[in-house]
Design a protein around this ligand. Structure first.
Ligand code: ZN
Ligand code: MN
Length: 490
């Protein structure tokens, strides 16, 4: 069979759980797990006669996220009821937004593997409430936990601008960075704070003609791995299906699939998407929200430099590699910790090395950010400067950094205490060099000989001097002195 030319087309629907203290329309707390049906009240379980009240913080978080996604914020937005009947939705409708969402027409810039970026258009982002959870762990019975009911969700819908599993994953990772930078969501995938639904199909060129395959919607993915895997799997499955059956969009339309995490494949759930009639209508219990310039300006004031901008700046201004810049901008606290030390005059590459080789490792072990290890920005900057001044070597910097996390003493004091101060005083080192040269005539001769052995002999002499200085001599100074002396006595 001939190789077919094809293009992957993916759009995403994403639900992001906001990091508010309380639910969207009542004062029940947000949480994860806990005893079933303990974080509920008459409002969130929809008892007759109760009145929902909008959580202002949730609305402001949504606007902040939408601004970071370059969306328009209309001055008027309203709430709608989306009706459906489901055991985990006892009031039989979800409060959502239909024709007048709180934001629309933006884009998110995602980093690609080749170091460039790509803009993915955002159709809209709106605010809504989550449903409860059905659990099936009681033998023949199913149980319903309404603790999650009423949790504020920001639903983001992209245009179908993504063209590979890698791009889809890049968007997910970037969105997670953005919501965490802004503090609007914890973005914890394991707790379902970000749930993805990709819509996937292909454009296939066959004998000069373009065909589109039916769209697959994969429901409720909450890991980057599943997200990327589902796109890759669907690409192959849809190609195979097209070659076998010739089915195209219009004949098959849209189908709903789930993801089998164990076998890493998509599984058909609904063959024919039923014509949904959600009977959307404005919620009569909630007043529309009017956004004025003053309020919008106030929220805009909470925007920060976005992660991708920070990453680009670290590459452009500080000459870091794309990789290092991505690692350091992984979380905002670490990025600001790094940036702060550089702004205090430390060399960027040096601070980067200390953080990537030591700080991030320790942070990872402790489950915190590198900025939370107990080392101040000032001490980090001083430590980096000490390495560059030749006061300590890179290994010593690691030890001192580790020590600083458990001490309130500065790097200079700790370097002295731990005997890690490097000797750069030529006079003192010269004494060691003379001693070593005097005691190793054979090695000296070999070093001077210019033969194959001279490099090895030089290394030996170097090691002897370092040993005499108890490892504290600055190797650069030792090397300079050795070369000078071996050259002189020709
Ligand atoms: Zn409640
Ligand atoms: Mn939704």
């Amino acid at each position: 069979m001939s190789e077919l030319e094809y293009k992957v087309i993916v759009g995403l629907e994403i639900h992001v759980q906001l990091a508010t203290r309380t639910k969207m329309f009542c004062s029940c707390g947000l949480g994860f797990g806990g005893e079933a049906n303990t974080r509920v009240c008459p409002v969130c379980i929809g008892m007759p006669g109760v009145l929902p009240v909008m959580n202002k913080q949730a609305f402001e978080y949504s606007v902040l996220a939408a601004l970071a996604l370059n969306c328009n914020i209309p001055s008027f937005t309203k709430w709608d009821r989306k009706s459906y009947y489901y055991p985990d939705l006892p009031k039989n409708y979800q409060i959502s937004q239909y024709d007048l969402p709180m934001s629309e027409h933006g884009y998110i810039e995602i980093p690609l593997e080749d170091g460039t970026t790509k803009k993915i258009r955002i159709l809209r982002a709106h605010l809504e409430e989550d449903a409860g959870k059905n659990t099936h762990t009681f033998g023949n019975f199913s149980a319903i936990d309404l603790n999650r009911t009423g949790t504020p969700l920001l639903e983001i819908v992209t245009e179908p601008d993504l063209s590979s599993g890698a791009e889809v994953k890049a968007l997910a990772v970037e969105l997670q960075r953005i919501v965490r930078y802004l503090g609007v969501s914890h973005g914890d995938m394991q707790k379902g704070h970000m749930r993805f639904e990709p819509n996937i199909n292909l454009e296939i060129i066959k004998e000069g003609k373009a065909y589109r395959t039916p769209i697959t919607e994969v429901k409720n993915l909450n890991s980057f791995r599943a997200l990327e895997g589902s796109v890759k799997y669907e690409t192959v499955r849809q190609l195979d299906e097209f070659m076998e059956t010739g089915v195209t969009f219009g004949m098959g339309n849209k189908r709903t699939f789930g993801w089998d995490d164990v076998n890493e494949c998509t599984v058909l759930q609904r063959e024919k998407e039923e014509a949904h009639d959600y009977r959307y209508f404005p919620d009569p219990d909630l007043v529309p929200v009017e956004m004025n310039d003053e309020w919008l300006a106030e929220i805009k004031g909470q925007l920060c430099e976005l992660p991708i901008q920070k990453q680009q700046r670290f590459v452009d201004e500080y000459k870091l590699s794309e990789y290092d810049a991505a690692v350091l901008t992984g979380d905002r606290a670490t990025a600001e910790f790094f940036d702060g030390a550089v702004k205090l005059g430390a060399d960027a590459k040096r601070v980067c090395n200390i953080l990537t080789q030591t700080g991030l490792k320790m942070a990872n072990e402790k489950g915190c950010s590198a900025a939370e290890l107990g080392v101040s920005v000032e001490n980090l900057a001083t430590l980096a400067k000490m390495v560059d001044a030749g006061d300590i070597n890179a290994n010593a910097a690691t030890k001192i950094f580790e020590e600083m996390t458990a001490s309130d003493k500065g790097p200079a004091v700790l370097a002295g205490k731990l005997n890690l101060v490097q000797k750069s005083d030529a006079g003192e080192i010269e004494g060691f060099v003379d001693e070593v040269l005097g005691a190793n005539a054979e090695a000296v001769a070999e070093a001077k000989s210019g033969s194959k052995k001279s490099k090895k002999a030089m290394g030996f002499l170097m090691g002897q001097v370092m040993q005499k200085s108890k490892g504290q001599a600055n190797p650069q100074v030792v090397s300079q002195l050795l070369n000078k002396k071996l050259g002189e006595s020709e």
